[in-house]
Design a protein around this ligand. Structure first.
Ligand code: FAD
Length: 496
């Protein structure tokens, strides 16, 4: 049993060099923070790319970050998909403040046009960044955040709430302690929290007992996990870049391992938005991924089953029988392995005592929902946005990075880096810099609004029509971005 630990004021005395008045009471009607609160660290949950970028920006602003990471090392989630190559070249993958920390150390910047694997992102960027002296002294690994609240008020209590520091409960090894914080940036991502296979969001009957026949997204099909797939029948479930990567790996495996069979089940009626914009995609690797998958499907190497609803899994020999429906037909398929690549959902348990403003459908920050709703847009293009959009009823608490998107799948690193730049500026009291948001995102060349349910084209949002790399400089003080501009196209820039 875990003993209840001591209260730890995690910052080191004297290290909080500039205790500036932050955004905690930044909105006019809020109460003044308790004396001393602003001298506490800003806790960053998770040392992924966005968490480390947050730390770098906080340091530049003279604020004191404390990064709590559950993994053994920074970039733990990225390491889990280390064999996968990103479709964003290095120039989109490195945060500007992080670069400024790294450069004086003799770090050699990777070729900006090269595409790293997840492992290379960790080895050449995240690990060196985590080892810079300013970050290393403020990073606790093997430290899992269990819960976040105010120091003295549960979720129901309003009186004095904004004045109170945050209290973050952390388990390090077997020991549990609490850390006080002036603000919290939760960049804990969504990796490891897969959606279940059941189409209604609940697990299919028998899913919990499927054992080894069911695995998470992105197994290392051509490497460590090869034997699980070679010469066997795999059912891939899901639409997105993760299943696309795995399907192509299976196609490659099938060339050298006879008997390898691939069935791909999607919930909708068309895979066109995943096939993507091809040569219209401004990230060529992403375009190529879609093009190759389209070829593999059309040539019969991959059998596509549309309108799939999986209802039950039944153990069968060393595999599993999958029962459900495919539109009006019954689905009854026996496979060796199922790869669940149906996407992720955020861990909202740790924020249960925080007053959040989330979209009820996507579980993302509410203001982001209409910009990233996969029912509307499948492309990762999003207007620049910052602290004003990301704020919650509890001042000084933020979801950023992948987690800010909730269940929406199109998050890109560059978006997260701009989020945390703006948050750090706001926490330091620099409202103007917080609201001056900008973002360079490459357009995909296709968006789901361009595709109807049966796969035909509609007028849509039109990224396929005029894909252009534009910098959107959109920002109204107190608003963070102008609504109505959702995609980078010629003519959309400078919409403010
Ligand atoms: C296969 C794949 C390919 C991708 N390719 C691209 C690409 O090409 N370009 C692009 O821009 N984006 C890409 N993305 C999307 C996105 O940029 C990445 O998922 C990125 O890692 C998100 O960064 P993050 O810091 O928000 O979260 P993560 O990288 O998920 O980091 C979160 C960290 O928080 C830690 N953590 C979680 N819970 C806790 C807790 N309770 N306490 C303490 N620590 C915790 C985790 O261990 C992890 O280290 C890709 C994603 C995947 C999965």
């Amino acid at each position: 049993m875990v003993a209840h630990g001591r209260l730890a004021q995690a910052h080191r005395p004297g290290e909080v060099a500039h205790a500036r008045r932050p955004v905690l009471a930044g909105r006019d009607e809020r109460e003044e923070p308790q004396p001393g609160r602003v001298a506490l660290p800003v806790v960053v949950v998770g040392a992924g790319p966005v968490g480390l970028a947050a730390a770098a920006h906080l340091l530049e602003r003279g604020l004191e970050p404390l990064v709590l990471e559950q993994g053994e090392l920074a970039g733990a989630a990225v390491s889990a998909w280390g064999h996968v190559r990103l479709f964003s070249p290095w120039r989109y993958d490195i945060d500007a403040a992080a670069r400024r920390l790294l450069e004086p150390t003799g770090w050699v910047a990777p070729d900006p046009e090269a595409l790293p694997t997840g492992a290379e992102l960790v080895d050449r960027y995240l690990r060196p960044l985590s080892e810079t002296a300013p970050i290393a002294g403020r990073l606790r690994t093997r430290a899992r955040v269990l819960g976040i609240t105010h120091d003295g008020a549960d979720k129901t209590r309003s009186l004095g709430r904004d004045r109170m520091p945050y209290r973050v409960r952390v388990m390090t090894g077997g020991a549990v302690d609490d850390v006080l914080a002036q603000a919290v940036i939760d960049t804990s991502g969504t990796w490891g929290r897969s959606n279940p296979l059941g189409v209604g969001g609940l697990p299919a009957l028998g899913e919990a007992d499927a054992g080894d026949a069911l695995c998470g997204p992105l197994p290392d099909i051509l490497g460590a996990d090869r034997a699980d797939f070679a010469g066997r029948h795999t059912l891939m479930v899901g639409m997105g870049h993760s299943p696309a990567n795995s399907l192509l790996a299976l196609v490659e495996l099938a060339e050298s391992a006879p008997g390898t069979r691939i069935t791909w089940a999607i919930r909708g009626g068309s895979a066109r938005r995943l096939f993507g914009g091809g040569t219209d995609d401004e990230l060529p690797a992403r375009g190529l991924l879609g093009t190759r998958l389209k070829e593999a499907t059309e040539s019969g190497h991959v059998t596509l089953v549309r309108w799939t609803s999986i209802e039950q899994l039944v153990p069968s020999g060393d595999g599993v029988r999958v029962l459900g429906r495919s539109r009006d037909d019954l689905l009854d398929l026996t496979v060796s392995r199922i790869v669940n690549a149906t996407g992720f959902r955020p861990d909202l348990d740790i924020t249960r005592e925080i007053r959040l403003d989330l979209d009820p459908a996507l579980e993302c920050v509410r203001g982001l929902a209409e910009l990233i709703d996969p029912n509307q847009h499948s492309c990762g293009t999003v207007p620049p946005h910052g602290e004003a959009l990301l704020a919650h009823p509890d001042a000084g608490f933020y979801l950023a990075g992948m987690k800010s998107y909730g269940r929406a799948p199109t998050f890109l690193l560059a978006t997260g880096y701009e989020q945390v730049r703006s948050i750090a500026a706001a926490l330091a009291g620099d409202r103007a810099a917080a609201d001056r948001v900008h973002l360079d995102l490459p357009a995909t060349g296709v968006c789901s609004t361009d595709v109807t349910e049966d796969g035909s084209e509609s007028s849509g949002c039109g990224t396929s029509a005029e894909p252009q790399l534009v910098t959107l400089r959109v920002g109204a003080p107190g608003l963070g971005f102008a609504t109505g501009v959702t995609h980078g196209r010629a003519g959309d820039a400078d919409a403010s």
